[in-house]
Design a protein around this ligand. Structure first.
Ligand code: 6LW
Length: 476
């Protein structure tokens, strides 16, 4: 779940940030020397003064953004959907790894998907204006004073090639033109990238004759929903694009479970227009395996919390191991990590009332839960609650969840989900498989919203300890 990628380059180094919704810390940021292997260097939003929680729920919080470097500083402009009426938020930092500033609010720019572009010293804010009272949804632009958040007169720019939901604008000066790149068609199967150009940053814009210039719609490509791109000039003078896409699996309509992910393509300029080249970069398989025994006093940056904060949800005990600040409100108060593979296995060594949960939000989750010495599966799909199995267990157990191919559910030409979720518990050396559940109910197609699955740790009573977690991808 790394959607709405935004990228910039400083010297030989590329920086990439993505949206993160309700999860805190927010806006993960990465660096790379070659565009293909990326290391997370932190989060942009690490303090609640930067990312107010307000009444935020699932798929609220941090939306599409723009990351740029100008005049020796990094700039990040985003929307916090928990307080979208407060306008866009601008952050800056001399070092991409932070710490980043508190926000400068742009109260006159209510909407989503802000972009910053400079023409000399003059900075343009381009965004998708939302005014629910007036029913306005349009792409607009204004000159902005970054130190105060004040903007000049608001003008309309290009409204797209005529598809639904034109959004995610990014403005670039390349050669003699200013290019306005948009996401269009909606962030689902119709998603595309469109572009228009003008000699002036505010237009009038001339659309490309080849719009959409990039899409996977109506194709059998294993990556669907491709769109919402951001461009970067590479160190060798070529160009590249990052964009979001999903790996949907299973039969019609196809189910994606990892949220929207970041992908990479080459870009060439032909007759003054960008042409996407999906063959330029070949990425090898990435190994996302990890183990965490919580022996360090500071949590690894992979751990995030929906709504709350890691520091007030869990604490690391002096002897290692993780304890929980309170009993969970079912499906919340969980320490979460992104599973990043289609097939994987995860286990947690735990004591007392502890749980390992796979969730999309607090209404869509499956968990292996120990309460008062009994291990069972608890599951929620929308309004339905279920429990499965009930085995007496020792105080020390291993909780296990696996995402495996949907073998038992597949019949020839039949209907299959994206995967099966196998939930098990191990106690006194005996493995009890408690349930094998259809993975489609933990997909974005069922849960809706912008986020993907998270693997999560929690305690139903607050009286549990997690000693270690191990995650590894598995083959089909
Ligand atoms: C993003 C916007 C969108 O800001 O989803 O569907 C929002 N469209 O472009 C959150 O990713």
């Amino acid at each position: 779940m790394y959607p709405d990628p935004t990228i910039c380059r400083v010297g030989d180094t590329y920086y990439l940030a993505t949206s993160s919704f309700e999860y805190f810390p927010g806006a993960p940021i990465f660096r790379s020397d070659d565009l293909t292997s990326w290391t997370q260097i932190g989060h942009i939003l690490t303090r609640r003064s930067q990312f107010r929680h307000a009444e935020g729920g699932p798929s609220q919080g941090i939306y599409g953004s723009t990351l740029r470097h100008h005049d020796g500083r990094f700039w990040f402009v985003t929307t916090n959907a928990n307080e979208y009426e407060a306008g866009q938020l601008i952050f800056s930092a001399p070092d991409a790894a932070g710490p980043w500033s508190d926000p400068v609010y742009v109260p006159a720019a209510v909407g989503i998907d802000p972009d910053l572009a400079w023409d000399g010293d003059r900075c343009y804010l381009t965004w998708k204006r939302l005014s629910f009272s007036e029913g306005d949804l349009e792409l607009v632009q204004a000159v902005i004073d970054l130190s105060t958040g004040e903007i000049g007169p608001v003008v309309q720019v290009w409204q797209g090639a005529g598809m639904t939901a034109p959004e995610g604008p990014h403005l670039y000066h390349v050669g003699e033109y200013w290019y306005l790149l948009l996401a269009e068609g909606g962030t689902e199967r119709g998603h595309t990238v469109t572009v228009a150009r003008s000699p002036h940053p505010s237009g009038p814009f001339e659309p490309s004759p080849d719009n959409p210039v990039f899409t996977h719609r109506s194709s059998g490509h294993p990556v669907q929903n491709a769109g919402h791109a951001d461009l970067v000039e590479t160190t060798d003078g070529d160009w590249a694009a990052v964009y979001l896409g999903v790996r949907s699996r299973g039969s019609i309509p196809g189910f994606h479970v990892l949220g929207r992910e970041t992908f990479l393509a080459g870009v060439s300029w032909v007759d003054g227009w960008p042409v996407f080249d999906e063959t330029r970069y070949q990425l090898g398989p990435a190994d996302h395996a990890f183990e965490d025994d919580f022996s360090a006093t500071v949590l690894d940056q992979r751990w995030v919390v929906a709504g709350g904060e890691p520091s007030n949800t869990v604490s690391v005990r002096p002897d290692g191991g993780l304890e929980f600040a309170r009993a969970w409100r079912v499906g919340a108060d969980l320490l979460c990590v992104r599973p990043r593979d289609l097939r994987w296995s995860a286990e947690a060594d735990a004591e007392g009332d502890a749980a390992l949960v796979l969730r999309i939000d607090d209404r869509h989750w499956y968990g292996v839960v120990v309460r008062d010495g009994v291990g069972r599966v608890e599951a929620r799909i929308g309004d339905l609650d279920q429990t499965r199995g009930a085995v007496p267990v020792d105080d020390s157990v291993t909780l296990r969840i696996e995402a495996v191919s949907p073998g038992s559910l597949t019949v020839p030409l039949g209907h299959a989900g994206p995967d099966d979720i196998v939930l098990a518990i191990e106690s006194s050396g005996t493995r009890h498989q408690l349930a094998r559940l259809d993975g489609r109910y933990l997909s974005s197609e069922v849960a809706s919203g912008f986020t993907g699955r998270m693997l999560a740790l929690g305690s139903p009573s607050g009286e549990g300890v997690v000693r270690a977690v191990r995650y590894r991808p598995i083959g089909d």
